[in-house]
Design a protein. Sequence first.
Length: 400
Amino acid sequence: MMIRPFFIVFKVFTLVKVLVLSFVIISGFMKGDLHNWKLTEEDHIKPGLNDTSSLGLLGSGGFVPFGFQGILHGSATCFYLLIGFSIIVTRVKETQNHKRSIPMGIVISLLICFLLYFGVSVALTLMVPYYKLRPGSTLPEVFLHIGWAPAYYAVTIAFICSISVIFWGIMYFIHQVIHMMANDGLLYPVLARIHTGTYAPIIANVIFGIIAAIMLFFRLTDLVNLRSVGALLAYSLVAFSVLILRYQPEKKNGGNEAQVQEEDRPAAEKLALQTLFFPGSPTPTPLSGHIASVCSSLLALLLTLLCLVLARWPSLLSGDPVWITVVVLLLVLIIGITGIIWRQPQSPPPLHFQVPALPLLPLLSIFLNVYLMMQMIAGTWSLFGVWMLIGFAIYFSYGI
């Protein structure tokens, strides 16, 4: 009975947040100054900053002050802004046509989030020089800078209310995900127990509520970076899975699957150099699927090495023939193995939504995700290592 009022409140405050963000965007175009995107050294000297601020080095200019490397580092940190669409999947049972509704909902929500956050970023940097933006209460304080004190209080109150409701909503959806994982055997069965009075997994709520309370002792930046690393890794695995599954033979219902595949295998099918580039069947076979799986694994390894070299040792690439040779060899291997996967037959499932441009799009996704992960600091990777150890302990102690 409490579900319907909760969703009404959740929708109302979501609408409030969208309206506030829209107000910020409109205010930015009204009170913005393009000069803030064309800052010079004199603009830095006037406030007496001496090339530094509370955020560190000032950079140069105003539009992209820290260059392309700064964009990548900021993208890796802000990636958490686009990870909430997984909540949509938890409502799959309530849709009339989940094959169409779920993908459309994900695409539309991502587009709206991108437009809102892109617009807010533009508005903020137009209204206030980027080096004057302080972490914490950036959005409300912008209105103090332009002399709109009433807007400062209105935006502050609106965001406190909306963020509180959003956190409440996240906790609600998390217990559903935990309940489904426990039912599938990935977590301990005690987490799937439903209270007869409230019809909610009380044990899961209490345990993960305590974990959420413990997280309050960590810095927000560390939690944001940790969440971003986990999301980037998860999306890389999704792209990797798409790359493999599209080239696997279709499973047939009934009978022994291995026996059916053996019957469908061409008599002359064997691994050879010609088979890599000229498969003997227009549809996927166990051999072509195995070739795609092995090549995809090699590509994931090569892309990780390439990202590691490009992200961690950019100075070594400037004029150093050894590192340039390493990068060229990695690119040649990546292109060659990609060509092998491209020549393998794909399964033609009748899906309304499927990833186009295989194998290029999943490989591009993996490359970008891994490269953004390489922008994280060592402390984030330490926390991620502890997180993974806890996850592996749960998985190997019960999940398998």
